[in-house]
Design a binder for this molecule. Structure first.
Ligand code: HEC
Length: 108
């Protein structure tokens, strides 16, 4: 029993250090799910962010963007604030990766 515990603690400890060495910003792959939540919270006021659905014509829909833009464009574009009403609004690199991953799911 004691040996089993030691083995379990060892496994947990080892995987813990693997996560830690990956660094906080890149511990897991970009998440379309998180990107979807960011889009709903920060982008939906102007963009239609769902795969389909009604919205405003003020800004291109994310589904449309997904069909015309690639990930490199999105990452570069989103590194800068856009649309003047959103002054002072910036996404972290992590958030940009998540939103880009989400938009990519809309282009299929
Ligand atoms: C205040 C309104 C507003 C908000 C909020 C907003 N956008 Fe925009 N966005 C626009 C407008 C207007 C355009 C088109 C004009 C431009 O490119 O600046 C645009 C353009 C874009 C484009 C470029 C489309 C293309 O193909 O050129 C991308 C990508 C984009 N927005 C992503 C986002 C994301 C992601 C968010 C949320 C994190 C967001 N936007 C929030 C108004 C907004």
């Amino acid at each position: 029993m004691r040996a089993l515990w030691a083995a379990l603690v060892g496994i947990v400890g080892l995987s813990g250090s693997i996560w830690a060495s990956a660094g906080p910003a890149r511990a897991v792959a970009p998440s379309p799910e998180v990107g979807s939540e960011i889009a709903a919270r920060w982008c939906a006021a102007c963009h239609v962010v769902s795969p389909s659905g009604a919205g405003t014509d003020a800004a291109p829909s994310f589904a449309n963007i997904a069909r015309h833009r690639d990930a490199d464009f999105l990452k570069g574009f989103l590194a800068q604030p856009h649309a003047r009403p959103m002054r002072g609004f910036t996404l972290s690199k992590r958030e940009i990766d998540d939103v880009t991953a989400y938009i990519a799911t809309l282009g299929r």
